[in-house]
Write a protein that binds this ligand. Sequence first.
Ligand SMILES: Cc1ncc(COP(=O)(O)O)c(C=O)c1O
Length: 374
Amino acid sequence: MNLFNVYPLFNITLEKGKDVNVWDDKGQEYLDLYGGHGVISVGHSHPKYVEAIQKQIEKIGFYSNSVQNPLQKELAQKLGQMSGCEDYNLFLCNSGAEANENALKVASFKTGKGRVIAFDKAFHGRTSAAVAATHNPKIQAEINKGHKVTFLPLNDDKALYLELKKGDVAAVIIEGIQGVGGLDEGTSGFFKEVERLTKQYEAILILDEIQSGYGRSGKFFAFQHHDIKPDIITTAKGMANGFPVGGVLIHENIEANFGMLGTTFGGNHLAMSAAISVLDIIKEENLIANAAKKEVEFKELFSKIPEVKQIKGRGLMIGVEFDFPVAELRKKILFDHKMLTGNAANPNLLRILPSLTVKSEHIKLFYNALLASL
Ligand SMILES: Cc1ncc(COP(=O)(O)O)c(C=O)c1O
């Protein structure tokens, strides 16, 4: 059997990872500045992460959500404490798209309404309602198009008001910082207006923190730069450093009932041991503060490069924008300098999403590699 061929792949086979480095099957070392789409939060194969998973699998790896699982409660308690979101309840699932799919479903259950507002260049995943709220018709099949989604420009208060006042909107879904779209974000004024208008017109505000969350922006969640309080927050990617875990943080004003949501794998023992160890490591190693510090270093250094048009993003979620497409530059950085970077819907943008453990010396190595490649 062959693989269903949906991914254009670099011809590299990775065999090993340690913190911010990975090695291929020929023993070649790479600096990983992309963390496999922003997933690696505490470094590849962190010893405490490995130990936690190993110890757990020796005890029990999986049982379904039909028995008590204290690990889920431990994760929820630690996540509430570290994120400052103690007045939310946690639903556990397996991916970012699944988190958003469930968030949109909860919004629709709660409001009894069905229309969703999303934003230009948004990416929320590939399941049905999530992909319908993703601003890319090429990845929406006919079956996904039945959802009622209206796309608005970011930072357009008036357009948002005109749509919400129609009264049929269940949810406004917005990324803390846009990832795939190219690192655009709402202004604080806009986020505040989204919060005010969703309250006024009884719609649910969903903050998609799947990429921008878990410390990456220099705060636990990126929306916390704007002093707002969403009804629902979704998270995945960095949550378990590569183990598939997604989470929906649902404000306690929204009540649960049995059967409202569900999943077989979500919240299983092995996944929880991975997710708990990630939070422990982020705390012990002060990684959120590191993300904030590295943003300053990164921006200071890279703004000196004349070809760089703009540096977008926050913390360790950074977009370096040029006035030419970066595809060739990315290949040079990869094959000549052995560094992994990412791209975005904006072809002129290089996306940098390293592990939150990245050090100044790695940023300097990348700076020199970029200078030499330009
Ligand atoms: C902001 C955002 N939301 C949702 C998703 C979907 O996550 P997953 O690929 O885990 O389904 C992504 C993935 O890139 C994302 O960046």
